[in-house]
Every structure is written in structure tokens, then in C-alpha cells.
Design a binder for this molecule. Structure first.
Ligand SMILES: [Zn+2]
Length: 346
């Protein structure tokens, strides 16, 4: 039986700001939490946090979960103090209207709202079409002079939404993609004793903009096996046919067989399914026509590393209301803990 997970850490992690390339708050939190449990802990050039735990064999296991989240970056401050921005990672502008945000300035976060013209001054034709990103702006409520004093182009911006548990064991939060994976990995480092593998738990940077952190991390580690622990879009919602669901919230940990970047080796896929059946871990197949995660670059590193993504189903992914099931997070934790502890053979 695996240990109980401390979900207060997930709450802390999802509430932190960590847009791609600006992950320092998330890294500091994980570093402080995991230092007592690590045999070695370091940060590499790109900013990946690498936590090493010695195992009982000479085999190395690379586990990646990304610290970064999709977000925004200020590109221009106008004369009236309104902020214009670019997106960082795949955000649908339709999800941004009327949202609260936190602008991460050098003097600390400033609250803002993404403005939108009210129905009173728009036409029916206006309302029928999506507002282009170029028309969206952030209002901080501050006088223009103060905005110019505090906010600079290049400041990152996160969606402002607090972690909530609701419904039947569900979580709603921003950045479940992929603080949930980082949470599972952190809990593995905290709880595992005498693992089979030497564990390299890598909290990666810049996944959302092209798997960049995992690229250099995987190169720097001589891994025998690799996993990405990451969220994936669940389409088990109205308007999506069952054959297009890919993954279901509450359906268990996703064992990925294919996505846009990786095909899991058959022995690894079969071995993982067998463990799930044997250990009574709730699981589902992730068979995704598109998308990718850190496994995409892990398996192509050096002369090749067998790799698989273990996936968490998240509805409304890349929005501030991502929804996942606590039971799926626990199932991911059980599976990865079992593999790290006991090994998996070809
Ligand atoms: Zn992700």
C-alpha cells in the first residue's frame, strides 16, 4: 500500500506563479520541501530542478514533471496604463475574457482584470465572433503613472484563480497542468524508501513552449528508462463524442501508448498495464492523435531512452478552471511509486 498524499502541497503549487521561463517561485518551493529527502539536489543552466535519490541497483530512472504553466507576458503599456500582452504556451484567447490576472512585477504581483466591452456597447455581430488577442488588454486599476513605474514589458502574467476542491473528489485550479505531475513527483521523493532505481526526479522548465527543459535535462542524465508525469486534455464533456474523449476524468492514471511526439515501446506499455492490473491501480489507455509532453524529447535523447507518459486527465486544460480527479492523481502516484520501487523489466 502506498502512502497517503498530502494534497496541501498541490494547493500551494497550483496557486504559485510560474509561466514558462519564469518558474523560480515553483522551483524554490519544491527545493525547500525536497532538500531533506534528497541525496543530491541541484538546478541546471536552464532552471530544471534535479533531485537525486540513490537506489539499490545501478539503473537510472528519469522522471520529469514540468513546473511551468501557460500564461501571458506584457508586451506594451499604453499611455493610459492599459497593458497589452502576448501568450506564452497554448492559450485560447476565448478563455481570457473577463478573467482576473496577477502581473508579476519586480515589486511583486499586481492584480488586474482582462477587460472586455460590455453587451451594452457591442452589436450582436460583435458578440458572435471571438475577440482577437490583439484587442485584449489588462486593467490594473492604477493611475497610468504608477503602472509605468511598476510594470515593464517582459513581466509575466498568470491567471488569478485559487485551488478549490469540489464535487465528487474533484479539483478545480489553474496550472494543474502540470503542478499535479510535480506534486506526484515531489510526493514520490518524500515517501519512497530503498527504490530499485537511482531516481532522477526532474522538475522541468519550459515544457509548454516546446519541451525545452527536458531536452537538456535528459541529455545530462544517463537514464535507462524515462517517464513524463503530465496532465492531458480530457474531452469527456458535452459536445465531444465518446470516441474522441481520449481520457476520462476519474478513469484512472493514463498509460500513454501514442501521441504526437512519442510511441511507447510495446514491452513498456504491456509491463505498465500488467502492474496496474496486478496492483489494482485504476488506469486507462491514453491514445492521443496529437499533443506531446516531456517523453517526446526523453526518448530521443542520446542513443534513445525507453520512455512513456503517465497522464492525468484534465478538463478545460490550459484554462484557469482545469478540472481533475484526486483519485486519478493518487493512481498516478501508485503506479510510478511501484515502478520506482520494484523496477520494470523488458
Ligand atoms: Zn503539461
Amino acid at each position: 500500500m502506498t502512502e497517503k498524499m498530502d494534497f496541501s502541497l498541490l494547493k500551494t503549487l497550483t496557486n504559485l506563479a510560474g509561466v514558462s521561463g519564469r518558474e523560480s517561485a515553483v522551483r524554490a518551493c519544491l527545493q525547500e520541501r525536497l532538500t531533506p529527502y534528497a541525496d543530491e539536489i541541484r538546478t541546471d543552466v536552464l532552471g530544471n530542478l534535479i533531485v537525486y535519490k540513490k537506489g539499490t541497483s545501478d539503473k537510472n530512472l528519469l522522471l520529469c514533471a514540468h513546473m511551468d504553466e501557460v500564461g501571458l507576458m506584457v508586451r506594451y503599456v499604453d499611455d493610459n496604463g492599459f497593458l497589452y500582452f502576448v501568450t506564452v504556451g497554448g492559450i485560447d484567447p476565448r478563455t481570457l475574457l473577463a478573467q482576473r490576472v496577477r502581473v508579476q512585477t519586480k515589486n511583486g504581483p499586481i492584480l488586474g482584470v482582462i477587460g472586455t466591452k460590455p453587451a451594452h456597447i457591442t452589436t450582436e455581430a460583435d458578440r458572435a465572433k471571438a475577440v482577437p488577442l490583439s484587442d485584449l488588454y489588462i486593467d490594473t486599476g492604477l493611475p497610468a503613472g504608477q503602472v509605468h513605474q511598476f510594470v515593464e514589458p517582459g513581466d509575466s502574467v498568470v491567471l488569478d484563480r485559487q485551488y478549490e476542491e469540489f464535487g465528487d473528489g474533484r479539483i478545480c485550479a489553474k496550472a494543474l497542468d502540470d503542478r499535479a505531475g510535480a506534486f506526484v513527483l515531489a510526493e514520490l521523493v518524500r515517501t519512497i524508501k530503498n527504490p530499485f532505481y537511482n531516481i532522477y526526479a526532474v522538475f522541468t522548465v519550459q515544457e509548454e513552449v516546446g519541451l525545452r527543459g527536458a531536452t537538456t535535462a535528459a541529455f545530462g542524465i544517463d537514464a535507462d528508462l524515462g517517464f513524463a508525469l503530465d496532465a492531458t486534455g480530457a474531452a469527456d464533456i458535452p459536445g465531444c463524442a465518446p470516441q474522441n474523449h481520449i481520457m476520462r476524468v476519474g478513469g484512472g492514471v493514463g498509460v500513454s501508448v501514442i501521441d504526437g511526439r512519442t510511441i511507447t515501446p510495446d514491452w513498456l506499455f504491456e509491463g505498465l498495464k500488467q502492474i496496474c492490473r496486478q496492483e489494482k491501480i485504476n488506469w486507462q489507455v491514453r491514445c492521443a492523435p496529437r499533443g506531446g509532453n516531456d517523453a517526446g524529447v526523453i526518448h530521443l535523447s542520446k542513443t534513445g531512452i525507453p520512455a512513456c507518459a503517465l497522464s492525468l486527465a484534465a478538463r478545460n486544460i490550459h484554462s484557469c478552471v482545469e478540472v481533475s480527479a484526486k483519485s486519478d492523481i493518487e493512481a498516478m502516484f501508485q503506479l510510478v511509486s511501484h515502478v520506482a520501487k520494484n523496477g520494470i523489466t523488458k
